[in-house]
Design a protein around this ligand. Structure first.
Ligand code: DX5
Ligand code: ZN
Length: 225
């Protein structure tokens, strides 16, 4: 069963608590939080204060996507912000491009009893994670250049998703696809091998309700089966 992870980057931040609750009630499987530092990506978003604020409002897992330099300096703070939930399904993902000693960072994340994720920019080869697979619970394949919501899905990432699926072979690793995911392309992304779809603008933007937008993506997937 494919999971849907609304990315709060496109939510209305003046009522973020209500938005994440609405997403949970509307059938979201997890909440994807985009953390940006203005260095690793050309945009700044939120820190552990915000993950701490939303953590007690929802029961579904939280996936913290760190698009920051030196993520090893902040893993502890982000874990602190969600630790009261004691949810082993929560995850923190770091970019391979941002970590020199990524094996150590992944070990630290797992040491907190949550899932360890790696994220790869569109230009980054899957070879970078070949020797890390035993330390990874979640691979985020970026299908836009990270930094902003509402960008167009990069179609040449479809073969990369397929390759990631082949690479993990029967391991218990999720493949999360992040960037430009909509009801229109959800089917081919899942066919390629994604197990989690992160979607921001397709869920939080426009006039339809969050619930309807989640349903629209799910229905598009059903039609494919
Ligand atoms: C991009 C972020 C994505 C983004 C997706 O830098 O990592 O999670 O919010 O937004 P959409 O779905 O609008 O492309
Ligand atoms: Zn993201």
């Amino acid at each position: 069963m494919v999971k849907i992870a609304p990315s709060i980057l496109s939510a209305d931040f003046s009522k973020l608590g209500e938005e994440v609750k609405r997403a949970e009630d509307g059938g979201a499987d997890l909440i994807h939080v985009d953390v940006m530092d203005g260095h690793f990506v050309p945009n700044i978003t939120v820190g552990p204060i915000v993950t701490k604020a939303i953590a007690p409002l929802i029961k579904i897992p939280i996936d913290i996507h760190l698009m920051i330099d030196n993520p090893q300096c902040f893993i502890g703070d982000f874990f602190e912000s969600i630790k009261d939930r004691e949810n082993p399904q929560d995850s923190i993902s770091v970019h391979v491009e941002a970590c020199i000693h990524i094996h150590r960072v992944l070990k630290e994340i797992r040491s907190y009893g949550i899932k360890a994720g790696v994220a790869l920019n569109p230009a980054t080869s899957l070879d970078t994670i070949e020797y890390l697979l035993d330390s990874i619970d979640l691979i985020t394949i970026m299908t836009v250049n990270p930094g902003f919501g509402g960008q167009v899905f990069i179609d040449t990432m479809i073969p990369k998703i397929k390759k990631a699926r082949e690479m993990i072979e029967g391991r218990n690793i999720d493949i999360l696809v992040d960037g430009g995911v909509k009801a229109d392309n959800a089917r081919k992304i899942v066919k390629a091998g994604a197990t989690i779809l992160a979607a921001g603008s397709a869920i939080f933007n426009g006039t339809n309700s969050i619930e309807n937008n989640i349903r629209k993506i799910r229905n598009a997937l059903k039609r494919s089966e």
